[in-house]
Design a protein around this ligand. Structure first.
Ligand code: AMP
Length: 192
């Protein structure tokens, strides 16, 4: 179970769980949001390309995102596996990920969806994060837009991965440790 994708709306806890699972599973967590944010902070060309989209709660264009992920996944530390947090988010990104993996004879092991059905729960988590982390894309309007974009472009990917037999849905509500346990149990059950 080393090539994994974490799906779920903004505020579902993907970043937190990705860090924990990365330690437990011994594979790097690759967060496209983190990579974009660090490029924005460093003022790189990639950061300049991404910034306006991020601040508006829109997706960075697939061409930009796909190039970045293809570069990242072909680095040495990803050769034994990885945990993708925040990618793929569009059908074009799914196709690109398939292509990058197939080029090395690999495929995904599972797609974990963190399910938080109550929209107000994720909005409240994102509001808190706006205060603790000072993220510019966690303002009220941007939060609503990010959730809309997720529903339009990313939620449909769960059906696609379900059809491929890869989808593992885990309840993302409640205690953080408990969610980690649920994920590890669900992964164990898949490999058993
Ligand atoms: P995140 O921290 O994963 O919620 O990502 C923050 C922002 O980075 C998103 O709202 C998008 O603007 C951008 N971003 C991150 N991952 C992707 C992706 N896979 N495709 C397009 N844009 C992305």
């Amino acid at each position: 179970m080393t090539r994994l994708v974490l799906l779920g709306p903004p505020g579902a806890g993907k970043g937190t769980q990705a860090q924990r699972l990365s330690e437990r599973l011994g594979v790097p967590a690759v967060s496209t949001g983190d990579i974009f944010r660090s490029n924005v902070a460093q003022g790189t060309e990639l950061g300049r390309e991404a910034q306006s989209y991020m601040e508006a709660g829109e997706y960075v264009p697939d061409s930009v995102t796909n190039r970045m992920v293809a570069d990242r996944l072909t680095q040495d530390d990803c050769s034994g596996g990885f945990l993708l947090d925040g990618y793929p988010r569009t059908a074009a990104q799914v196709a690109e990920l398939d292509r990058v993996l197939a080029a090395d004879g690999h495929r995904l092991d599972a797609v974990l969806e963190l399910v938080v059905a109550d929209t107000e729960e994720v909005v409240s988590r994102l509001r808190k994060r706006a205060i603790t982390e000072g993220r510019s894309d966690d303002t009220e309007d941007v939060i609503r837009r990010r959730l809309e974009v997720y529903a339009e472009q990313t939620a449909p990917l769960t059906d696609l991965y379900r059809e491929r037999g890869l989808l593992v849905q885990v309840d993302g509500t409640g205690d953080v440790d408990e969610v980690t346990r649920r994920i590890l149990t669900a992964l164990d059950e898949r490999t058993a």
